[in-house]
Design a protein around this ligand. Structure first.
Ligand SMILES: Nc1ncnc2c1ncn2[C@@H]1O[C@H](COP(=O)(O)OP(=O)(O)OP(=O)(O)O)[C@@H](O)[C@H]1O
Ligand SMILES: [Mg+2]
Length: 343
């Protein structure tokens, strides 16, 4: 039995007619006037205990809706979610004690209270025995370096401090599964890296299963070996990062440090283009389906003097764009004159 099982989950929202006046109101009286928005369609997957899985897709693709169904916040239109062996609908209350939820754009703490008071309230809500609470709190406060802010009202905290407090709030009852919806939104690079370190340690030390959504694909690369891609409510890919790269990651890059600046243009083969050129630093992108990396490197080396060179795998940004673009739309044409790929 997986820690998280999504079994043919569907969610359809009925959106009402917002036309003003009588016409809109009359239309809304008859349900036929509403429009159905299919937010999640037939999504199935199983996450094993201890896995850290990324859930990615463009805006409005159904990520948050899926998480809300898995955590019992929303009832699926059809299909079911089973988490820690509990149904997210029938066993909703029991489930709440076994999972932690962090929504990056919402808080479960009390705005005017210091976090410490919020934590105490949550202990009562979840019925956490005092010794367990104290032990966990001590560990979390130390790992997240929160000792100095425990008595400051939440509204006065920085975004990074708030997010770290959110994590404490989500973990005080020792959940087996943690759902994170955009946990790094708005955070700077340093705080983001601290969060990555914390989540990795949590997984290593407590075996916490995690499903996280993010638009910051660095989060996914840093934390998850498995990625589920969703688009327009449908699951497009479920596998390890490497297989995602193999399947869609056709754009690769070579970064070069030239011996001297200004040695352009070069004759690049079809399917390769200069993506960036700043002084002696140059990045060449290429479609790995059409261009063999060794040939490209040899060609470049025969034209310019290079002091350093590295070949990079595709980035997930490109991978997702590729999924969107579909297999048929060609990549930019060859050479210096070609437009840079959309970023
Ligand atoms: N309560 C709701 N009522 C009506 N439509 C909704 C509701 N919640 C979500 N939707 C619609 O369902 C679709 C999926 O939304 P969802 O929030 O799950 O996407 P998302 O992948 O989390 O997007 P984002 O990356 O912007 O957070 C969107 O078309 C959205 O407008
Ligand atoms: Mg969302």
């Amino acid at each position: 039995m997986g820690a998280v099982v999504a079994d043919a989950l569907n969610k359809t929202f009925r959106v009402l007619d917002h036309r003003p006046g009588l016409l809109g109101a009359v239309r809304n009286l008859f349900s036929a006037a509403g429009r159905d928005v299919s937010a999640v369609r037939d999504v199935s997957f199983t996450i094993e205990p201890g896995e850290m899985v990324g859930y990615v897709g463009p805006n409005g693709s159904g990520k948050s809706t899926t998480l809300k169904m898995l955590t019992g916040i929303l009832r699926p239109t059809s299909g079911q979610a089973v988490v820690c062996g509990l149904s997210s609908t029938a066993d909703r209350r029991a489930l709440a004690r076994r999972i932690g939820v962090v929504f990056g754009q919402r808080t479960q703490l009390w705005w005017d209270l210091p976090p410490m008071e919020g934590f105490r309230l949550l202990r009562h809500i979840y019925g956490v025995p005092l010794p367990d609470f104290e032990r966990r709190l001590e560990e979390l406060v130390e790992r997240l370096a929160l000792a100095d802010v425990l008595d400051v009202p939440v509204r006065k905290l920085s975004l990074g401090q708030k997010m770290r407090c959110e994590l404490v709030a989500a973990l005080l009852h020792g959940p087996e599964v943690l759902f994170l919806d955009e946990p790094t939104i708005g955070l700077d690079v340093v705080v983001k890296e601290e969060l990555h370190t914390f989540l990795r340690a949590l997984n290593a030390d407590h075996g916490t299963t995690m499903l996280l959504t993010s638009h910051d694909l660095d989060d996914i690369e840093q934390l998850c070996s498995r990625v589920i891609v969703i688009d327009r409510g449908e699951r497009l890919h479920d596998g390890d990062l490497a297989s995602l790269h193999r399947r869609y990651g056709h754009v690769r890059r070579i970064s070069l440090q030239l011996a001297a600046a200004g040695e352009e243009p070069w004759a690049l083969p079809d399917g390769a283009w200069v993506e960036r050129s700043e002084g002696r630093q140059v990045v060449i992108a290429f479609d790995a389906d059409r261009v063999a990396a060794p040939l490209l490197v040899r060609g470049v080396l025969s034209h310019v003097e290079v002091v350093d060179l590295a070949v990079h795998e595709a980035r997930i940004e490109d991978v997702i764009k590729r999924i969107h673009r579909g297999p048929d739309r060609p990549l930019p044409a060859a050479g210096r004159a070609s437009p840079p790929p959309e970023r």
